[in-house]
Design a protein around this ligand. Structure first.
Ligand code: THU
Length: 134
């Protein structure tokens, strides 16, 4: 699975985003070590608080189907489906990644043009709280 293919799948996932309040559509494609890819989109809510990010949608789909080990996630996001800037994952999604992923888990940020940027999770969430503290 190439990074480019994973970004293309994230763009497909973004087309299913339910974002009537922000108009900001996000798509994620999560590659499990099993080789399966789980797609997720953001799902907003009139009460705002219940809104779920695309990344967590993808993680929760995967974990609820038995996956526990992951290689990489591709993320795209933008206003009304135009991905002209990087869409870094929010802090809550980074914490969910840290629950299931190793420090070298790859976070691939795509746009409509230009080279993707790839970050190891450890760089996006240093000194994270984890099961090691409990
Ligand atoms: N959003 C995501 O889906 N992922 C992120 O990491 C950041 C934000 C969504 C939530 C909301 O529907 C919209 O983007 C604007 O915040």
């Amino acid at each position: 699975m190439t990074d480019e293919r994973l970004i293309a799948l994230a763009k497909q996932a973004a087309s299913f985003a339910y974002a009537p309040y922000s108009g900001f559509t996000v798509g994620a494609a999560l590659l499990a070590e099993s080789g399966k890819v789980y797609l997720g989109c953001n799902i907003e809510n009139a009460a705002f608080g219940p809104t779920n990010c695309a990344e967590r949608t993808a993680f929760f789909k995967a974990v609820s189907e038995g996956e526990r080990s992951f290689c990489a996630i591709a993320i795209v996001g933008g206003k009304r489906g135009v991905f002209d800037a990087l869409c870094p994952p929010c802090g809550v999604c980074r914490q969910v990644m840290a629950e299931f992923c190793a420090p070298d888990f790859r976070v691939i940020l795509g746009t409509d043009s230009g080279e993707p940027r790839v970050y190891p999770l450890a760089e996006l969430l240093p000194l994270s709280f984890s099961k090691a503290q409990l």
